[in-house]
Write a protein that binds this ligand. Structure first.
Ligand code: SF4
Length: 291
């Protein structure tokens, strides 16, 4: 839940989630609809699907226990190098560091070397005797996460009160490295086409062509090519939105039609029983203003 999401946002979701699913077996008996409903509003729904799939995988293949090897853990859906290292460190106290943006920044500042010039794997391997402590490797992983988030922050690090400021080369150097990582912002233009029938229902599909929107119930969505050929489509609204490093510019069109395209299902514009992503709900509310 905490990937890309702040702790204060996650807390109520987390509490509700662990109250409902007390064990990994409980979670594995759930289904996508139920999990997505509980996740509603938290975003990045792939995490919820992966969590459910991982619980089923663990119950079936590992007697409901987390495996102890990096290779095996990485077979869990959605678990890559970072999460696998974090899990092994946190759960089994293995001497590992989960290298994310926070950890890279802390190392980079302490050494006053730009991130792109550091081989983090080699650095950790060379310094493992200094870094790891048999009893408290799990604490070290959490400490790095917290230290990067609260003290050695991306902007305005708390150098004056930092416990490392005596040894930190960034703090003690006149030539401080630049370390605010600039993400390449990409502009993307999309057109969304909504079919509405006489019963005030909209056609939605999970099978759209945009990779990062796969498996979300949405109307037809296409990369905009500057003009809409079919004059029956009526323009309704423009949305500007940002997801990660994407700046989205979206035009919403609609037309009345009783023909359901293949792979689509009808949803009432007032639908609230099914899980629908918040952006789809926004579209539904906007289309309701037509009636
Ligand atoms: S002294 Fe400043 S730059 Fe160095 S580790 Fe502490 S907070 Fe980060």
């Amino acid at each position: 839940m905490l990937q890309q999401t702040q702790v204060k946002t996650v807390i109520p979701y987390f509490n509700k989630f662990i109250k409902k699913f007390k064990t990994i077996e409980d979670l594995s008996k759930s289904n996508e609809r139920e999990i997505l409903k509980m996740w509603e509003g938290l975003g990045y729904y792939r995490r919820a699907r992966n969590l459910l799939a991982s619980s089923k995988f663990l119950v079936k293949n590992y007697n409901s226990k987390l495996p102890t090897s990096l290779v095996q853990i990485k077979k869990l859906p959605g678990v890559g190098e970072y999460t696998a290292n974090a899990l092994l460190g946190l759960v089994y106290n293995e001497p590992r560091i989960a290298v994310d943006g926070n950890v890279k920044r802390v190392f980079s500042r302490n050494l006053n070397i730009e991130e792109k010039n550091i081989d983090f794997e080699k650095l950790i391997e060379t310094n493992k005797k200094k870094l790891f402590n048999i009893k408290r490797n799990a604490d070290l992983i959490e400490a790095f996460m917290e230290f990067g988030a609260l003290i050695c922050k991306p902007k305005d690090p708390n150098c004056l009160t930092c416990c490392l400021n005596k040894i930190c080369k960034y703090f003690n150097s006149d030539k401080k490295i630049k370390n605010v990582r600039g993400k390449m912002i990409k502009n993307k233009n999309y057109d969304i086409f909504c079919y509405i029938n006489k019963k005030k229902q909209i056609a939605l599909t999970k099978n759209n062509q945009i990779s990062f929107l796969k498996n979300f119930s949405l109307p037809e969505i296409k990369e905009a090519n500057g003009f809409v050929k079919d004059q029956n489509w009526k323009f309704l609204k423009n949305y500007k939105n940002s997801i990660s490093n994407l700046k989205l510019n979206i035009n919403l069109y609609y037309k009345f039609s009783n023909r359901l395209p293949p792979d689509y299902n009808w949803y009432s514009l007032k639908e609230n029983k099914e899980f629908l992503p918040s952006f789809t709900k926004k579209i539904l509310r906007q289309l309701s203003t037509l009636f």
